[in-house]
Design a protein around this ligand. Structure first.
Ligand SMILES: [Zn+2]
Ligand SMILES: [Zn+2]
Length: 114
């Protein structure tokens, strides 16, 4: 049930699939932005596991390098962006360790660069 998830560190692919479904439905959004000459992305929407709203901001330059390495290891420039996101809903979950900011789930969002 949303809101009552117990803290659980998990990277189960199920959550990645669910995140993609949320993204396809337009509930989870990924926005590119540029600030101070640095491009980044903001992932915003409901967590696929606990359903709490979260916002994840990060620099994109580091990520494109990561995507290039992750794609079939040939080091070619990639137009895919891979985002490994950890839930940061900020809502306390039962059993969460000190300093945890979410329900513990990590999932991947893979999208084509605009
Ligand atoms: Zn949560
Ligand atoms: Zn969560």
């Amino acid at each position: 049930m949303p809101g009552s998830s117990v803290y659980l560190p998990t990277t189960d692919f199920n959550w990645t699939e669910r995140a993609f479904a949320l993204y396809a439905q337009g509930r989870l959004t990924v926005t590119e932005h540029t600030a101070d000459g640095v491009s980044g992305v903001v992932v915003s929407g409901p967590c696929p596991r606990c359903d709490h709203h979260f916002v994840d901001r990060r620099s994109l330059d580091a990520l494109t390098g990561l995507a290039g390495v992750n794609r079939n290891g040939e080091g070619e420039p990639s137009d895919l962006i891979l985002l490994d996101v950890t839930c940061g809903c900020g809502i306390p979950h039962e059993g969460a360790p000190e300093g945890a900011t979410g329900c513990g789930v990590s999932f991947r969002i893979e999208l084509k660069r605009l």
